[in-house]
Design a binder for this molecule. Structure first.
Ligand code: ADP
Length: 412
């Protein structure tokens, strides 16, 4: 089954086409349309074994962006499809499913309405995701679409984990609660790491660390998320590329008064100017900070130390939440690649039963690998994540089920 995976952002869209079967999958093409809405939008497209295709042209909205994608997919030189009818389903990444969705679903009118209702919870992302769904429905009306939510994996959190200690009426009125994000990645790496390490996902106690520009840590028990570090928005939790992570709310009110900032100003400050960027004063990129630390730049050292300290505190907290831990999993750009951050996090976790293999960790990047010593009570693994593959897999499963149900009712 050929599946188009779409991830629509406010002014960009990422896509992949995958050939999926129950036991195998192949990536046929992937690409990115950037600066949608501007006269010099850019479409980059890549298939295996060929130079990448890249053109700048005006693309005024997502429908035009998707048209550009469909055109290149059937192009004589760069295409991977003879005809668009080969696409059997489309899977969409959707940022926020609120309390409506605890798993991926086939898109229908009711689903679209509910995603619309979640727009105020994710004002930058959900409207863009919806634009993609609506554009696709217009361009390929007979192709089934599936929505895969960043939040749904965390809907299994108990109420005491997701509540904020605010007046309960705010939860009732506005759904002010913790939701968590990166759900597809946490779920994927938990399953993958258990398979690789020979653990039973149904019984294992896991702490998964998705560390990228945005980072979150999740406590998983029996394959279900029981707590996660991001909250009502992705700002909560550990220090990130440009997000502050946890912050005393008193700092916010203080800065609003001192700097004359309004809600938009604070939003910009905690989302765009904080984190590794804010502390180091020169980069949000972990690679730059590791290089700068080596050359003795103190604030780069401080930014990395703060990041690792935050992660370590969550590991301690979640070990308590889970009453023990069988495996710690690192993933995401930093988790998969930064031996320095993994080393900082795993130094001093002996009390927990972690016997980290520092020599093996050194220089290891971008592979699925065990980083603890064979006799370590708590296993440590780094595994590569693949959110698009989760979206394609969920889409294939849901669409196959729909097809089987349709065939059955025809037979009846
Ligand atoms: P996003 O959250 O945008 O998906 P990624 O998961 O791609 O982000 O992670 C980006 C982060 O990964 C950056 O901080 C980058 O420096 C870091 N990273 C990527 N490759 C390496 C590497 N080889 N060594 C250290 N950090 C790396």
């Amino acid at each position: 089954m050929k599946i188009l995976v779409l991830n629509c952002g406010s002014s960009s869209l990422k896509y992949q086409v995958l050939e999926m079967s129950p036991n195998d999958n192949t990536l046929l093409a992937k690409g990115l349309v950037e600066r949608i809405g501007s006269p010099n939008a850019c479409h980059t497209h890549k298939i295996d074994g060929k130079d990448k295709y890249q053109v700048e042209k005006p693309i005024s909205n997502h429908t035009e962006g998707i048209k550009s994608v469909l055109d290149i997919l059937t192009d004589k030189e760069y295409g991977v499809l003879k005809d668009l009818s080969e696409i059997e389903a489309v899977g969409h990444r959707v940022a926020h499913g609120g309390e409506y969705f605890f798993k991926s679903v086939a898109v229908d009118e009711e689903v679209v309405e509910k995603i619309e209702k979640c727009c105020e919870l994710a004002p930058l992302h959900n409207p863009a995701n919806l634009t993609g769904i609506k554009a696709m429905a217009k361009l390929m009306p007979d192709v089934p679409q599936v929505a895969v939510f960043d939040t749904s994996f965390h809907q299994s959190m108990p109420d005491y984990a997701y509540m904020y200690a605010l007046d309960y009426s705010y939860y009732e009125k506005y759904k002010i609660r913790r939701f968590g994000f990166h759900g597809t990645s946490h779920k994927f790496v938990a399953e993958k790491a258990c398979k690789l390490a020979g653990l039973d996902l149904g019984k294992a106690k896991l702490i998964t660390c998705h560390l990228g520009n945005g980072s979150s840590i999740t406590a998983i028990e029996g394959g279900r998320s029981v707590d996660t570090s991001m909250g009502f928005t992705p700002v909560e939790g550990v220090t990130m590329g440009t997000r502050s992570g946890n912050l005393d709310v008193g700092v916010v009110t203080f800065l609003m008064e001192k700097e004359g900032l309004d809600a938009a100003g604070i939003n910009n400050l905690v989302n765009k100017q904080s984190g590794l960027q804010g502390i180091s004063g020169f980069s949000s990129d972990c690679r730059d900070l590791v290089d700068a630390e080596k050359s003795g730049y103190k604030r780069a050292e401080l930014a990395l130390a703060k990041l690792a300290y935050d992660i370590k505190k969550y590991i301690g907290a979640y070990a308590a939440v889970l009453n023990g831990v069988d495996m710690i999993v690192f993933t995401g750009g930093i988790g998969e690649n930064s031996d320095r951050v993994r080393e900082l996090v795993c130094t001093g976790l002996e009390y927990l039963g972690v016997d980290f293999d520092f020599a093996k960790n050194n220089g290891t990047r971008g592979v699925d690998v065990e980083l603890s010593k064979p006799k370590s009570k708590v296993k440590v693994w780094a595994v590569t994540t693949n959110e698009e593959l989760v979206i394609a897999t969920d889409t294939m499963n849901i669409v196959t089920e729909m097809q089987e149900r349709a065939a059955q009712s025809e037979n009846n």
